[in-house]
Ligand binder design. Structure first.
Ligand SMILES: C[S@@+](CC[C@H](N)C(=O)[O-])C[C@H]1O[C@@H](n2cnc3c(N)ncnc32)[C@H](O)[C@@H]1O
Length: 261
């Protein structure tokens, strides 16, 4: 059934305040919340009861729009203290692993939780993510990011060295984003069900090679490695052309499937 109801902004909702593609703010709507910006003060509380997409004027007369944040916005605005997985890579990983609602996913390492947020948003409401990180200080950041995005209930965070074994069994998908992903092939294999999918992000080809060698040794099938290059397009009447700058490299992605013994 199509959703016909108009979604009104209520107390505690997050809004993405849009000034331009380069300037947005993520903030919580509460009565009395005044957002101080370089284009003047914005009365965020005045959005209560209005529709997402509503216009707001700053004290300096600048117009902004209160957009409904989607997971892409929440990930890009998340607090980060580590290198994070990029949205362009998450999309391919989702397709190649069959990530969808209801699945059980195990992840190492959680880092800043960018990938964890994406995974949780994809598997909810019935699925669950078990995410490991060896550094407790990073898990606190992940927790804050998940709380802010309203995704905490779909994730169990574990402070442990994932190479020492995982207390998760029959997972559908394993995601690896650590410096030595080859050392996680065997523990992830134990955590996955037969036919389960694994995906790893590796910044260098050396890591990719070592990871693939270990996948082969562990009898994984349908092993594929690839890279996603995304080039934005500046669309303007009569002068549409690619953007001058693009992200050159983030990580190589390798995916594979577990064969049953
Ligand atoms: C590049 S970050 C992961 C970023 C994360 N995918 C994100 O999107 O925010 C790598 C993380 O792996 C963790 N790590 C490294 N080795 C680990 C291990 N053996 N077990 C658990 N976590 C590990 C590190 O502490 C670090 O937080």
């Amino acid at each position: 059934m199509p959703r016909l109801r108009v979604e009104k902004i209520t107390e505690g909702d997050l809004v993405l305040v849009f000034l331009s593609r380069d300037k947005t703010w993520l903030t919580k709507v509460t009565s009395g919340n005044l957002l101080h910006t370089h284009v003047g003060i914005l009365d965020i509380g005045s959005l209560l009861g209005k529709q997402f997409g509503s216009k707001l004027k700053s004290t300096l007369g600048e117009e902004v729009w209160a957009l409904k944040p989607i997971i892409h916005d929440l990930i890009l605005k998340a607090e980060r203290k580590t290198q994070i997985a990029y949205p362009k890579d998450m999309g391919l990983i989702a397709l190649k692993t069959g990530l969808c609602p209801g699945l059980k996913v195990v992840e190492a390492g959680a880092g800043s939780g960018a990938m964890t947020m994406f995974l949780a948003n994809m598997v909810r409401p019935e699925g669950h993510v078990y995410s490991y990180d060896i550094r407790p200080e990073f898990l606190s950041i992940v927790k804050r990011n998940l709380d802010k995005a309203g995704l905490s209930e779909y994730v169990t965070l574990k402070n442990a060295d994932a190479t020492e074994g995982l207390d998760v069994k029959s997972a559908d998908i394993a995601i690896i984003d650590v410096g030595d992903p080859w050392s996680l092939v065997s523990p992830m294999k134990d955590a996955l069900k037969g036919g389960g999918r694994v995906a790893a992000l590796t910044p260098t080809v050396n890591q990719l090679e070592k990871f693939v060698v270990e996948l082969v040794r562990n009898n994984f099938k349908l092993i594929e490695s690839m890279e996603v290059l995304v080039r934005g397009i500046e669309a303007r009447p009569n002068k549409t052309r690619p953007e001058m700058r693009m992200i050159g490299h983030t990580a190589y992605i390798t995916t594979a499937r577990k064969a049953s013994p």
